[in-house]
Design a protein. Sequence first.
Length: 620
Amino acid sequence: MKFPAKGVDDMLLRTMRFTREMNLRTKLLLLFTLLILFPLSLQGVITYRNFSATVDQKTEQFTVDIVRQINANLDRLLKDFERLSIIPLYDQMVLTILSKYDGEMGSATWASSDDYMKMKLYTSANAYDRAEIRGIHLVSNSGIFFSNIDSMAVDLVWDSRRDEWFEEVDRSDGAWVLIPPHHPSYYSVAPSDPYISVGRKIRDPDTLRPLGYILIDIKLDAFRNILSNLNYEQDSNVIVMDGQRRLLFERKSEGDPSTYDDLLKHNQLQPYGTNQRILLNGQPHLYVQHYSNYSGLSVISLTPTNVIRKESRELGTFTLWFAALCVAVVTLLAVIVSYRITRPLIELKKNMIRVEQGNFDRRIEVYGKDEFGQLGRGFNKMTEEINRLFNEVFILGIREKEAELSALQSQINPHFIYNTLESISMMAIRGHNSEVSDMVSALGKLLRYTIDKVDRLVPLKEEIRFVQSYVRIQQLRYGGRLRVEYDIDEEVKEIVVPKLILQPLVENAVYHGIDEAEQGGTIWISALRIEDVLLITVRDDGKGLPEREIEALNEQLRTLPSYQGYQRDDRSGLGLSNIAQRIMLIYGDKGELTVDGSLGQGLAVTISIRLVETGGETHV
């Protein structure tokens, strides 16, 4: 989310204002709390993130190792079954009995009890002490069914064509095959749980003629026992499927839907050897898959991410509780420390308020020899000295005020001067002496303009009117020898500038550029705005200065010391240096005074001031 720049500035201003308005005790309390909690919180966050990442990596690697171990255990189990399925090929009795009942599948009717007994003993011996085996069955080509299971529980004659899964055994051509979970039809009572079968077509070793089949029915408990012997996460799902992506076994919580069906439906069964994060039913899972080159089985592990991060969450909960305890302890310590530190200052503040109200007899108790104790002793000494000076200076101050009042009363009222000049002007008009009247009026305007503070800012048009009054007096003095031309843009007349910065430049041009010239000269006064810079120029066509002196003068104007006062210049009134310093003091690096010209071509003095737009108005 992006905040407007103005909104961010307002928020920062409110925060700064709130911080300034807080008392010292609150600031210390806040400072102590932040100084302790910030590194503690930073360390906690970094530790938690590193621990969480390490736990995730180790859990992920542990899951990969477990899946590989599951597949290795399955390989050992299936190799054992493969050996069981190939043993009949080396037993001549089994081969002889199977060859006796050759024929088309389903054509057999019976077998001798002696053959049933021999085959039962053989299959029972191989199934002995193998709890994971439900039954070992030998089937002739014609359908005679020999098994280690009681004859009442299975059919004595079985037509394999009734079971589609048997076609895969028939097509195996002597290789062992693994049949996914199914319900064989040769059991008299259908089993509640399906079986996984290892099957093989039995051929005569000498002639390779098909003699029958061997089927080994394996309980699903064999897979469950493999998982139970491993320290595997109980909330994880394990899927075992063959090379054709048929489900052999799935371990899931009771009542939960099949994860294998969800993966198959969303086409999320990944290639072999993957180890990545997937989204299943809206929940992130760690997907690990391992493929066995021997059996062609793939073992898939799906572990919810929240299970992997269980230890991380426990650490996060512990960290939060520990942080809350630290906040409480730190806040208590900060309150105690800030109270002890600020108590002398608060006492000093109360006494200073009473001193401000005129009670100079206040004294504070000195706490120790530290800085606060020094402040207390200094405050007591200060109040004693103020009390003494107040008694001494009070009467002296009254007497000085009385002396100042008497001096002011003895001064000539400026209005008396203005009225006198007006009277002289009227007398000149009655005497038909207009030049004297103009000079007196111009002089009055000069006096009125200069009587105010010299550092006051005025609109540029008022400064121009003052210069015009001054020029009028000089033109009466010099006659036609002095010519002045004005070029003032209308848009800059309302811009405020420092008072009395233009007249000294004109005066300098008159006395140093025009005064000594017999034919007189011209002064050009211009003011214009170029982008955000106000340029005011006073130029004359007088004798000018050499280029070396102009460079030295500009360097002097640029390097004026900040403490230089308004010194008089006998040649140029206030002087260029004083005007340059006034501009520097008022505007800093946003104002500048420069001199340009050449010998015999006159001088041009330029004031440049950078303008600032605020609220639709222009200021300097």
